[in-house]
Design a protein around this ligand. Structure first.
Ligand code: GLN
Length: 555
C-alpha cells in the first residue's frame, strides 16, 4: 500500500478536502485504484451528534456510518463507497484503546498516548486502507489520507506522530506528504507572502515530517519568484510546488493539478511511474467546461431550517448540481428560512415574510430537505401546500416527505391537528410516528441508518420511470420517524399514493401525488448517492420544469 498524506497549515478552511479528493481523481485517472481515509482529530466518536449549523451536513454511508462531509467529497470525486471506518476520530481511537484497557489486553502496562494511541492509529490506518471501496477485489494501490485541522493543533499531535512513524515503517517509496498552505497577498503592492507557509513547514519538520509537495492556495496564480522562494525556504523542489488558485468551479481542480504535473511528482515519490498511465481526464474536462458555459438556469427554492450555512445541505446542493449539469442548466438555489413563511413572521418580520413568499412564488421547483426538530415545520408545510396546490414540482426529502404527509392530512383530510409525534407527542392524529427497527424502549441507536431497500409498488409512477423501471432501489436513510401505517389507506383514498415501501410493506419510502406533475416525497436521502456523472434520478425529476421532467421520463 502506498500512502499520500494531506496535511494543512496556516489556517483552516483552505479546501483541503477538495484538494485531497482532486489528487485522488488525478491518481485514479492514471489507472490506479484509490481509497481514502479522513482523520478528524475532534473527540466526538462520529459526526452523528454534531450540529449542521456549526459543522455542516452529517454525511451518511451505506453501512450507516454518520461521518464528516468530506467523505461525501471522496465518494463523489472518486466514485467509491466508503465505510464508517474510513473516518477516524480521536474519539474512536480512544474508545478502542480504552475498551482494550478494560479487557485487560495491555497486561498490566501503563497505557499511554505513545505508544498505545499512536499504535492504534497506525493499525487502524493500515487495516482500513486495505478495504476495497471501488467494487473490485483486493486492496487499492494508493490510500489518500487527509488529516483534518492544521499542523500544530494540540489535538492532532498524536496523529502526526503516528503518521511520522508510519512513514518511517513503510519507507520513503510508499509515503508522500503533501502540505496544503495559504499564500496571502498583502498591501497595496500585492506581494504574495510566503512566510506563513515557511512557518508551517518548519512546524511540520520539527515534528519529524518533511513535505514532498506543497499545494498552495491563492487567489491569483503564483509568480515564479514566489515559487522559487517557497522551494528554497521550505526544502521542496520547485516542480513539486503546486498552486491551487481560484477557479470557476471545483471540477477544475483535478485539471489544474494535472496541468502542473502533480501526478508525475507524486508517482515519482511513490515509485509508481512504471505502473501508472498518463492521466485520462476527458470526462472531467467536459464536465468542468460544460458547467462554465451553461447559460440557462433553473430556480430551486430550498425551504429549510439550516439555511445560514449552506454546507448544512452540501450533498443536496451537489445532487442538484449533478442533475442540472446533466440537463445543461445552472442551478440557482434560493434559500428560504422556513420560519419566514409562517404567519407569525408576517407580523414580527414583515420584510422577511414578503421576501420569502416572493422567492417561493418565483421558483421553478420547491425542495424541502431533511431536518430535525420542530423549528420551521409550519413554514415547510406552507411551502409543500403551495407546491401541491399550484402544480409546482416538489421534492420532499426525509423530513420533507413527513411534512407533505402532515400537510396533506391537515388540508385534504381536514385533520387540523395531524402531526408527527416528533413535534407534538400528544397529537390526536399521529400521521408520522416513531418506528424504530430495534427495541422501542432501549435508549440510544434508535435511528434508522444507512442503505435499505425500497420496493417500487407499481411501474406506473414517476419514481419508477426515473429509476429506469427498476423493481427496487437501495438508498441511504437517517431518520427515526415514519409515516404511520394505520393512516395509509385513508391517505391513499384521498389521492396520495405510497409507491415505494420497504420489504415488510410497513415502512413508507416514497409518496407521489398522481394528480400533480411532480410531487414526490422520499423517506430516504437520494442526495448521498448522487455522482457527477451519475446524477440521482429523483433530482433529475425535480430540478427542472415540467417539460423537462417529461423529457427525462421519456428519454
Ligand atoms: N426528524 C425526522 C426523523 O427523525 C426526519 C429526519 C431527516 O430528515 N433526516 O424521522
Amino acid at each position: 500500500m502506498k500512502y499520500v498524506l494531506i496535511s494543512g497549515g496556516v489556517v483552516s478552511g483552505l479546501g483541503k478536502g477538495v484538494t485531497a479528493s482532486s489528487i485522488g481523481v488525478v491518481l485514479k485517472a492514471c489507472g490506479l485504484r484509490v481509497t481514502s481515509i479522513k482523520i478528524d482529530p475532534y473527540l466526538n466518536i462520529d459526526a452523528g451528534t454534531m450540529s449542521p449549523f456549526e459543522h455542516g451536513e452529517v454525511f451518511v454511508l451505506d453501512d450507516g456510518g454518520e461521518v464528516d462531509l468530506d467523505l461525501g467529497n471522496y465518494e463523489r470525486f472518486l466514485d467509491v463507497t466508503l465505510t464508517k471506518d474510513n473516518n477516524i476520530t480521536t474519539g474512536k481511537i480512544y474508545q478502542s484503546v480504552l475498551e482494550k484497557e478494560r479487557r485487560g489486553d495491555y497486561l498490566g502496562k501503563t497505557v499511554q498516548v505513545v505508544p498505545h494511541i499512536t499504535d492504534a492509529i497506525k493499525d487502524w490506518v493500515q487495516s482500513v486502507a486495505a478495504i476495497p471501496v471501488d467494487g473490485q477485489e483486493g486492496p487499492a494501490d494508493v490510500c489518500v489520507i487527509e488529516l483534518g485541522g492544521t499542523v500544530g493543533d494540540i489535538e492532532s499531535m498524536p496523529f502526526i506522530e503516528a503518521l511520522r512513524q508510519l512513514s518511517f515503517s513503510v519507507g520513503p517509496d510508499n509515503f508522500c506528504l503533501i502540505h496544503v498552505s495559504l499564500i496571502p497577498v498583502l498591501g497595496v503592492v500585492g506581494e504574495q507572502k510566503t512566510k506563513p507557509t515557511q512557518h508551517s513547514v518548519r512546524e511540520l519538520r520539527a515534528l519529524g515530517l518533511t513535505p514532498h509537495l506543497l499545494a498552495c492556495r491563492s487567489a491569483e496564480p503564483l509568480l515564479q519568484n514566489t515559487k522559487d522562494k517557497l522551494s528554497q525556504f521550505c526544502h521542496v523542489p520547485v516542480e513539486n510546488i503546486l498552486n491551487i488558485h481560484d477557479v470557476p468551479n471545483i471540477w477544475h481542480i483535478p485539471l489544474l493539478l494535472r496541468n502542473q504535473n502533480a501526478h508525475h511528482s507524486i508517482l515519482q515519490q511513490l515509485n509508481l511511474l512504471e505502473k501508472a498511465t498518463s492521466p485520462a481526464l476527458q470526462q472531467w474536462t467536459k464536465m468542468a467546461e460544460t458547467y462554465d458555459n451553461i447559460t440557462d438556469s433553473v430556480k430551486i427554492a430550498m425551504v429549510g431550517k439550516y439555511v445560514g450555512l449552506t454546507d448544512s445541505y452540501l450533498s443536496v446542493i451537489k445532487a442538484l448540481l449533478h442533475a442540472c449539469v446533466a440537463l445543461s442548466l445552472r442551478p440557482s438555489i434560493d434559500w428560504i428560512a422556513a420560519s419566514d413563511l409562517e404567519d407569525d413572521s408576517a407580523k414580527s418580520t414583515p420584510q422577511a415574510y414578503a421576501t420569502a413568499w416572493e422567492t417561493l412564488k418565483r421558483a421553478n421547483c420547491v425542495l424541502v430537505p431533511g431536518g430535525f426538530g420542530d423549528r420551521g415545520v409550519k413554514g415547510m408545510m406552507l411551502a409543500a401546500k403551495y407546491a401541491r396546490e399550484n402544480n409546482v414540482p416538489y421534492l420532499g426529502i426525509c423530513l420533507g416527505m413527513q411534512i407533505s404527509v402532515i400537510e396533506f392530512a391537515r388540508s385534504v383530510l381536514g385533520l387540523e391537528r395531524a402531526n408527527s409525534v416528533e413535534f407534538d407527542a400528544q397529537t390526536p392524529n399521529p400521521v408520522v410516528i416513531f418506528m424504530p427497527e430495534g427495541s422501542r424502549t432501549h435508549m440510544g441507536s434508535t435511528m434508522r441508518l444507512g442503505s435499505r431497500r425500497t420496493l417500487l409498488q407499481t411501474p406506473d409512477c414517476i419514481t419508477s420511470k426515473l429509476y429506469g423501471n427498476s423493481a427496487y432501489v437501495d438508498e441511504r436513510h437517517r431518520h427515526r420517524y415514519e409515516v404511520n401505517p394505520d393512516v395509509i389507506r385513508t391517505l391513499e383514498e384521498a389521492g396520495l399514493k405510497f409507491v415505494g415501501k420497504d420489504e415488510t410493506g410497513n415502512r413508507m419510502e416514497i409518496l407521489e401525488l398522481p394528480s400533480h406533475p411532480y410531487y414526490v416525497g422520499v423517506q430516504f436521502h437520494p442526495e448521498f448517492k448522487s455522482r457527477p456523472a451519475r446524477p440521482s434520478a429523483l433530482f433529475l425529476g425535480s430540478g427542472h420544469s415540467q417539460n423537462c421532467l417529461f423529457i427525462t421520463c421519456n428519454s
